[in-house]
Write a protein that binds this ligand. Structure first.
Ligand code: IMP
Ligand code: MG
Length: 178
């Protein structure tokens, strides 16, 4: 049986918010350039859409970390699965995440770029689930704050599925489907 997905944030809402974030980031980096670091795979769709709305010079790079297995609960420990191709030294780094949950991933990454002598380090997340925070992280830009539900779409997966949905949704349990 196909899972039923309840829409939490529509494509239009996401696109509108991404335009706003792009405008704000462009204003904040006026006269500077920015190196966007997209955290694979979840942030890929958001990072690409956001990059299109940023008007200062942008370079993009990609990193993969893991703090989850195939389940839905964070293990706490963060590992680098794929590192950057470009050096972050002396750059204005903007870490682009899909969602901040426990905070372990962004906490780990913000320290990593400081150690690697970035000129500045900021973070943007499409979604924030503050109820589940284990570590305090100062995120500079947040798309939407959402309740503690496991969401999929717009890059986010459940066991690698649903990344291609153009909206953010919640998988309805089979017993709730009519
Ligand atoms: P954190 O390290 O616990 O903050 O987890 C961040 C990562 O966990 C995100 O980059 C996602 O890949 C994954 N994650 C957390 N919550 C969800 C969710 O609701 N749906 C899909 N992935 C999630
Ligand atoms: Mg992720």
């Amino acid at each position: 049986m196909e899972d039923k997905i309840r829409v939490m944030l529509s494509e239009e809402e996401l696109e509108q918010r991404i335009r706003e974030l792009g405008a704000q980031i462009s204003a904040d980096y006026e006269g500077e350039s920015v190196m966007m670091v997209c955290i694979l795979k979840g942030a890929a769709m958001f990072a690409c859409e956001l990059a299109k709305r940023i008007t200062v010079p942008v370079i993009m790079d990609f990193m993969a970390t893991s703090s989850y297995g195939s389940g839905t609960v964070s293990s706490g420990e963060v590992k680098i699965k794929k590192d950057l191709d470009l050096s972050p030294e002396g750059k204005n780094i903007l870490i682009v995440e899909d969602i901040i949950d426990s905070g372990n991933t962004l906490n780990f990454l913000s320290h990593l770029f400081e150690e690697r002598n970035a000129k500045s380090v900021k973070m943007v997340t499409m979604l924030d689930k503050p109820d589940r925070r284990e570590v305090d992280v100062a995120v500079d830009y947040t798309g939407f704050t959402i309740p503690d539900e496991f969401v999929v779409g717009y890059g986010l997966d459940y066991d690698q599925r649903y990344r291609n949905l153009p909206y953010i949704g919640v998988i309805e349990p089979a017993d709730k489907q009519s």
